[in-house]
Design a protein around this ligand. Structure first.
Ligand code: ATP
Ligand SMILES: Nc1ccn([C@@H]2O[C@H](COP(=O)(O)O)[C@@H](O)[C@H]2O)c(=O)n1
Ligand code: MG
Length: 209
């Protein structure tokens, strides 16, 4: 069993923390590198709860929240939403899940995300899964994804790549300096990528489904 952290997770309103043992794996990689695809496989085999920061933000827009328009504009521009908004959504999802192990996909996306999450929740990731993929391949995947995402157009994709290089790679470098990064060649076919991923999760798991 991997290390678990005793995290003080405040509830969605920021009230008294409840102590809960949780295991968190951050899943990072460029836009279209296959984070969501591989998270679905990990959930199926290892019983984690998948929390995609992007999905939570899109759900917040749909819910008609007062932050909806701001979030929608940021996503259209490929920009990173202020940490307090995203962290509140992640905390709520953690609290509501009833699970104790989480894949946090697409977060932390910049230094502000990283530092704020650690200081608010006290959670240190078990490790960071980094899907390494060429821009050429990611662009091809995003342009053929066909999920109706407003940010899957060439203008926004280029902005997202720039933000990834400038703001997200430094977060991966930070965790790499702490020996936490598990880098995966994500240009390979889905099944081959998952074989490598599986080998990382199997030692943490006492039951493989
Ligand atoms: N290894 C792979 N080979 C080929 N296609 C893939 C691979 N992994 C994922 N895809 C496809 O690429 C597209 C993007 O994958 P996915 O949504 O998992 O990426 P993502 O990293 O979550 O992207 P985003 O950051 O935009 O949310 C999907 O259509 C998916 O089916
Ligand atoms: N930590 C995050 C994660 C995402 N966003 C915004 O959502 C967009 C889509 O994210 P995906 O992971 O689903 O690709 C992303 O481009 C950002 O605009 C964010 O702000 N903060
Ligand atoms: Mg995704």
């Amino acid at each position: 069993m991997g290390t678990v952290v005793d995290a003080a997770i405040k509830d969605a309103n920021g009230s008294l923390p409840s102590h809960k043992k949780v295991t968190v794996v951050f899943v990072l990689g460029g836009p279209g590198s296959g984070k969501g695809t591989q998270c679905a496989n990990i959930v199926e085999h290892f019983g984690y709860t998948h929390l995609s920061a992007g999905d939570l933000l899109r759900a917040e827009i749909k819910s008609g929240s007062e932050n909806g328009t701001m979030i929608q504009n940021m996503i259209k521009e490929g920009k990173i939403v202020p940490s307090e908004v995203t962290i509140r959504l992640l905390q709520r999802a953690i609290q509501e899940s009833g699970n104790d192990k989480f894949l946090i996909d697409g977060f932390p996306r910049n230094e502000e995300n990283r530092a704020a999450f650690e200081s608010v929740t006290g959670i240190v990731p078990e490790f960071v899964l980094f899907f390494d993929c060429s821009e050429e391949e990611m662009e091809r995947r995003l342009l053929s994804r066909n999920q109706g995402r407003e940010d899957d157009n060439i203008d926004t994709i280029r902005k997202r790549f720039k933000v990834f290089l400038e703001s997200s790679l430094p977060v991966i470098d930070y965790y790499d300096s702490k020996g936490k990064v598990r880098k995966i060649d994500a240009t390979k076919p889905i099944e081959e990528v998952f074989e490598t991923v599986k080998a990382l999760f199997t030692p943490l798991s006492d039951k493989v489904i």
